[in-house]
Design a protein around this ligand. Structure first.
Ligand code: SAH
Length: 254
């Protein structure tokens, strides 16, 4: 098939975080698909068709984009951050696997972007400087008890944990429950970083301890990084603290 489908990461917000490769893929597309607020970040180009859809419609958006590409069109599907991190690239792969045989012959490119946890980490120091993992707290596509088991395993194994999707309107209690869960494993003084809308004009990055972490401090635009037993806070006069995880782990985490 002659069509082309690019799944493009826009980065966390600021246009400076858009890679030149992503910019090129967007400029060369005849049709753009994505969640409305992400599409709004893409400069309008004459002659380009834009198709905005709702946040939860990932599979149907992926299918529509694939159908369009199969007609011979150059299509770009956009994601915030990186398209492979809790985003559209996997939805596109799911559709290709279960869709018409012809979709497997399409030219598909995944164009990476800076994911939220990397943007937040860079603002505050190096909290991901040693072993870490990333979890989505959304239980839309997996049961909550699996989330809890993964939190237990990750904290128990001494990973720093990046939490995507901490809350949404439909999921008001999950982040509070996750914090409670992590308190069973980690010391009260464990640093917790709240990165809100990083790379956008109203961004904010705050540090709390696990003991005082306030579940109400996170919203849909927040990425939370929960430290490990090794994670440290360096206070600096007149400057914001540096939160980092040393490159060496000296003890077995309990
Ligand atoms: N593909 C995206 C993640 C999509 S899941 C990426 O790679 O970043 C959506 C979640 O990502 C949000 O609930 C939030 O936890 C996080 N997120 C996305 N953009 C963010 C930003 N600019 N600042 C902080 N967190 C962000």
């Amino acid at each position: 098939m002659s069509g082309h489908l690019a799944v493009v990461g826009l980065g966390p917000g600021d246009a400076r975080y858009l890679t030149p490769e992503a910019d090129e893929a967007l400029a060369g597309a005849q049709a753009l698909y994505g969640y409305g607020p992400y599409l709004d970040r893409v400069p309008v180009r004459v002659g380009q068709i834009r198709s905005a859809s709702d946040n939860r419609e990932e599979r149907s958006r992926a299918a529509a984009a694939l159908r369009h590409a199969a007609e011979g069109t150059r299509v770009a599907v956009v994601s915030g951050g990186d398209p492979g991190v809790f985003a559209m690239a996997a939805a596109v792969c799911e559709e290709i696997e279960s869709g018409p045989e012809g979709w497997r012959t399409l030219d598909v490119a995944i164009v990476p972007g800076i994911t939220a946890m990397l943007a937040v980490a860079a603002r505050i120091g190096a909290p991901l400087g040693h072993d870490f993992c990333a979890l989505s707290l959304s239980d839309n596509l997996k049961p909550w008890d699996l989330v809890e088991r993964r939190l237990d395993a990750a904290a128990g194994a001494g990973f720093v944990i990046a939490l995507y999707n901490p809350v949404s309107r439909a999921r008001p209690w999950q982040f509070g429950a996750a914090i409670e869960r992590l308190r069973r494993h980690l010391p009260a003084a464990t640093p917790v970083v709240f990165g809100y809308a990083v790379g956008r004009p109203h961004e904010a990055v705050n540090v709390a301890t696990l003991e005082h972490a306030d579940a109400a401090a996170a919203d849909m635009a927040t990425l939370v990084i929960v430290g490990s037993r090794e994670t440290r806070v360096v206070l600096r006069p007149g400057r914001s603290p540096l939160v980092y995880t040393p490159r060496t782990a000296v003890e077995v985490s309990a």
